[in-house]
Design a protein around this ligand. Sequence first.
Ligand code: 5AD
Ligand code: SF4
Length: 438
Amino acid sequence: MKKFYIETYGCQMNVYDSQLVKKILKDNGWQETQDFRQADLLLVNTCAVREHAEERVRGRLGLFKTVKRERPTVKVGLLGCMGQRLKDQLLEQEPVLDFVMGPDTYRRLPAVLDELEHGIKNKVVDVKLDKTEMYDDILPDRDEESKVTTFVTITRGCDNMCAFCIVPFTRGRERSKDPRLIIQEIEDALSNGYKEVMLLGQNVDKYHYQDVDFARLLDMVASIDPTLRVRFLTSYPQDLKNEVLETMARHENIARNIHLPVQSGSNHILEVMRRGYTREWYLDRIKAIREIVPDCAIGTDIITGFCTETEEDHHQTLELMEQVQFDYAFMFKYSQRPNTYAARNLPDDVPEDVKLRRLNEIIELQNKHSYQSNKRDKGKTFKVLAEKTSRRSEKQILGRNSQGKVIIFEGDKNLIGKYVDIEVYDFTQATLLGRLKK
Ligand code: 5AD
Ligand code: SF4
């Protein structure tokens, strides 16, 4: 049997897509290998969101080049957002590549491999975006390390057009998956022993299939089984509705966690970013979350040094962080992406050292807030879903509470996949330490 090797970069949507790719290949007679030296086909599923993500992929291609030098019959393919962005240019820049495919063309992978195999084509670029492709008839080849938690992509693409963002160009128009298929997919995961599902979309709040909106979908998914824990990612401030929060409040098994990227605390920057909401609107959404789902953890994404950002704008971001006290945050320096609105119309005018200093200030403040958030949990008892043994020791189990926080506790491996009551006795900025409650 021919063997393939695949590496995945970027977001959870890419992890899910790689599972689709694996399924497609396995259905066509391929076998997966974890050792790239053994593989007849090397794949890398890529991200284009920041320049750094692309640099890492180019580094990996360098390694694949050495493999190909030893075994020239090996085929190398680049999949995903970077492929969609750079198309044929990539074949010129990276001669090691035999083919390039975008996020909407994976169905054609066997045909592309056939064409290359039989010499019908020498190189292939297949990157057509498809307004309807949801891979409806393909169940992913689930391969999560833990076998406890799994992903289901409910929307693909994004129509928001934030000024800084490449995603609308790499993933195309927004579309939603038939709720019946989502439920079938989750039932399949449950029958395979999974306990937790993460519903994925660039903006889950825009989910919409006939008369089913996101609140309704959440209700349907949470009703499948009370022991199934339901997570979702990512929410969008402008579109997050109270009905979603009310649905969360009604179902104990919907995880108490909302990831709500703010990007900036300054109205001026939010406008330049074309985010479509103000700081006041964002704070109102935070207030609604706290009122309707009081025990909900809130996380965010922040970009520093976006076009025209002043010291005053930066201070407003810090101030908003103080006000909200996020439980966690992902923080980035602005990285200009070709063809976005910002690249075409706005000056990337914050010097690199200023971006970095502002980023460090933001990280430092967030570290303080993450620490305080964990400190508030000391002494509390949580219902924890045990996921896997910790890296440090076989006797330590890693699990998550409903808020999504990682809790490490001593316990037996056979607890994995079960809910356990864990009392938090200590913490660091990154994790909670707990013990089994007798
Ligand atoms: N530069 C820096 N960060 C970015 N993000 C998206 N585009 C860029 C960019 N051009 C960040 C945003 C988004 C997260 C997934 O990545 O914060 O929410
Ligand atoms: Fe990266 Fe965005 Fe593509 Fe995900 S959707 S892989 S974050 S560019």
